[in-house]
Design a protein around this ligand. Structure first.
Ligand code: RIB
Ligand code: CA
Length: 332
């Protein structure tokens, strides 16, 4: 077996975050060292408990879970409850807890010295493990707070992969901005300007082509009924949202693409560029990609524009099927 890739995920567990966490945990290619949660799709408390639900679904009890910032650096928090539901879990949290058992209510808001705590958490994972890839699939508040506290916090990180932004396609929050970068543009801009490695931007240009449809859910249920039923339930609300707001039959599952990109780097292709994120006015959250190198600045990002969506889904199906065979009872 190929050497596992060490990753840590920073997320706002939400519906597609849940699928990204699932893909990370069930894939033998990946060693998930830790998860930090941030406010975005939902409150940081909901994100914390939703992440624990995914751990419980997969009988995963050993992954450290760090509760991060409950609000953006500067802007007021605006959550996406119309997209991810009031609980951030497609409104299935109650039904889930009845089926899988109640989640221990141990959330502690870590506002006191949160920046120092974030630096300690990130450094503990990154400095003590080989080639750690930091995957950020929510607003970048936690990363920015850590970098502001310790500019060298990520000096040993191998890669930073960010689900966020958009280059040639329209936004999903404002006409020009993707949600993660719109919620906390100051954080996103700070990370693009201060990251020691190029930020790999897995943006809407590629994620919009990853549409989970009901027939794909049926394929997943055949490969692993338990995980397939969970995916069907948690995406039901999300599919309704897509039909009503985006005229899409199915739902765009953005976050798992960032994980698949780490597992198979042939799924995405793109180019190096200088990028920054607008912080104010009607361009708030816009990832401005200097693709023509007009400003002659050193590239700080890799912008992905092409995606092999069949390759993504084949990988997604394959990891679910393999896990079901290994997991035995998980295929009930
Ligand atoms: O714009 C899509 C991104 O914003 C995804 O990460 C989704 O979970 C939300 O966080
Ligand atoms: Ca997310």
């Amino acid at each position: 077996m190929k050497e596992q890739k060490n990753i840590i995920i920073d997320c706002d567990t939400g519906i597609d975050d849940s699928l990204a966490l699932m893909l990370s945990i069930i894939s033998e290619d990946i060693n998930l060292l830790g998860v930090s949660v941030v406010a975005g799709n939902t409150t940081v408390e909901n994100a914390y408990y939703n992440t624990k639900r995914v751990f419980k679904l997969l009988k995963e009890n050993d992954i450290e879970l760090f509760s991060g910032s409950s609000k953006p650096l500067v802007k007021d928090l605006i959550i996406a409850d119309e997209t991810h539901a009031d609980d951030g879990f497609g409104n299935i949290s109650k039904e889930f807890d009845e089926e899988y058992g109640h989640i221990k209510k141990d959330f502690i808001k870590s506002e006191e010295n949160i920046s120092k705590k974030l630096v300690k958490y990130f450094r503990d994972k990154i400095d003590n493990n080989k080639n750690v890839i930091l995957v950020t699939i929510g607003p970048m508040t936690n990363l920015a707070l850590a970098l502001k506290e310790d500019p060298n916090c990520f000096e040993n990180v191998h890669r930073i992969v960010s689900m966020g932004g958009c280059f040639r396609v329209h936004g999903n929050t404002s006409p020009v901005a993707e949600f993660n970068y719109w919620v906390d543009p100051e954080a996103a801009n700070y990370v693009y300007h201060n990251s020691p490695v190029k930020v790999e931007m897995v943006g809407l240009d590629v994620t919009r082509k990853i549409v989970l449809t009901e027939d794909k859910v049926e394929i997943i249920k055949k490969k692993n009924n338990k995980l397939g039923r969970f995916i069907e339930k948690i995406t039901n609300f999300y599919m309704d949202f897509h039909l009503e707001y985006e005229n899409i039959v199915g739902c765009v599952i953005n976050d798992p693409l960032a994980i698949a990109h780490i597992i198979d780097d042939s799924i995405l292709s793109g180019f190096d560029s200088f990028t920054e994120v607008s912080e104010t006015s009607i361009t708030r959250g816009q990832s401005v990609v200097d693709s023509q190198n007009f400003y002659k600045k050193k590239p700080n990002s890799i912008i992905f524009t092409e995606v092999d969506s069949d390759r993504f889904f084949n990988l997604f199906y394959d990891r679910i099927e393999k896990y079901g065979k290994k997991g035995g009872e998980l295929n009930e």
